[in-house]
Design a protein around this ligand. Structure first.
Ligand SMILES: NC(=O)C1=CN([C@@H]2O[C@H](COP(=O)(O)OP(=O)(O)OC[C@H]3O[C@@H](n4cnc5c(N)ncnc54)[C@H](O)[C@@H]3O)[C@@H](O)[C@H]2O)C=CC1
Ligand SMILES: O=C([O-])CC(=O)C(=O)O
Length: 264
């Protein structure tokens, strides 16, 4: 049996996910910016429809993968859910906006559908969400990336990225603030918050490190379960140094779950 999926956004991550789709999963439709549709349709040929809205999509996807960035989730997420289609979300930071979160929940109720928050570039979200059931005391999250990975973000206004010679913390605040101020770089802050103690209570530190080529994520949690510290040092995608390879792989895993009887 073949499962047809749809993708919102076909940038660095979308292309990597497409390349690694498991056997039995095919990409049937892509939603992209209107300006990008024609060239992308030419590039991909007729087997994949490239459209600019949910309404124009002629396939009924088994799963919709949002790989479009926070504005893409805002633009199309609710329409997908109202259609009754399952949505896997990678631009999780957009959910730090309570109005969007509520809109997506309403749309899911209307369409009898659901959206899944993907773990993305980090690990341990299963353990954190389980620990929450017993009560969590503190959760902190630190992201450490090279200057080129922060370039073009809000970090440019906080620190001279091209002049740092030692690791430097340029942002400390809540997960909600981080996720919305750094839409292409701090989605994980919102993921950790949603799995744990929420957008306000999750403490976030963002670090620029001129000595690293990795995207490193460190999560420390304490609670009734005990405590854990997880550090994940990921390779950035070549096509976009802001984005970790593992984030794309977590989208591939969501597709794998369509074709395996045992869910892991
Ligand atoms: N949860 C996580 O761990 C992570 C999440 N992300 C999220 O994934 C997003 C995608 O990452 P990349 O592929 O590396 O970014 P990218 O910038 O290479 O690709 C984004 C694609 O989405 C398209 N797009 C933008 N707005 C759209 C809209 N309104 N409708 C349809 N398509 C639209 C763009 O044209 C582009 O092709 C990031 O912006 C970020 O929000 C990235 C890394 C980690
Ligand atoms: O891919 C990463 O390392 C994390 C990232 O960009 C995000 O949280 O938005």
């Amino acid at each position: 049996m073949t499962h047809t999926i749809m993708m919102i956004g076909y940038g660095a991550m979308g292309r990597e996910v497409h390349r690694l789709l498991p056997e039995g999963v095919v990409l049937g439709c892509i939603i992209e910016h209107p300006a990008a549709c024609e060239a992308l349709q030419r590039e991909l040929g007729d087997d994949i429809a490239v459209v600019s809205s949910v309404a124009a999509c002629r396939v009924v996807p088994a799963l919709v993968l949002e790989c479009a960035g926070q504005p893409g989730l805002r633009a199309h997420g609710a329409d997908v859910l109202r259609q009754g289609w399952s949505l896997a979300v990678i631009s999780v930071g957009a959910l730090a906006d309570p109005a969007l979160y509520a809109e997506l929940c309403r749309a899911a109720e209307q369409g009898s559908s659901r959206f899944e928050v993907l773990a993305g570039a980090v690990a341990g979200m299963d353990g954190l969400a389980a620990a929450r059931e017993g009560g969590l005391d503190t959760v902190t999250y630190e992201a450490r990336k090279a200057p080129r990975s922060w370039q073009g973000s809000h970090a440019d206004t906080l620190i001279a990225l091209d002049r740092v010679t030692e690791p430097a913390v340029f942002f400390e605040g809540s997960a909600g603030e981080a996720a919305l101020l750094f839409p292409a770089n701090a989605n994980v802050a919102a993921t950790v918050a949603l799995a744990g103690v929420g957008m306000e209570a999750t403490t976030v530190r963002l670090v620029v490190d001129p000595h690293t080529t990795r995207n490193t994520h460190r999560i420390v949690a304490t609670g009734r379960f005990g405590e854990f510290a997880i550090e994940l040092s990921g390779y950035p995608l070549e096509a976009n140094p802001k984005t970790s390879t593992l984030a794309a792989l977590s989208v591939v895993r969501a597709c794998r779950r369509l074709v395996t009887p045992a869910l892991i």
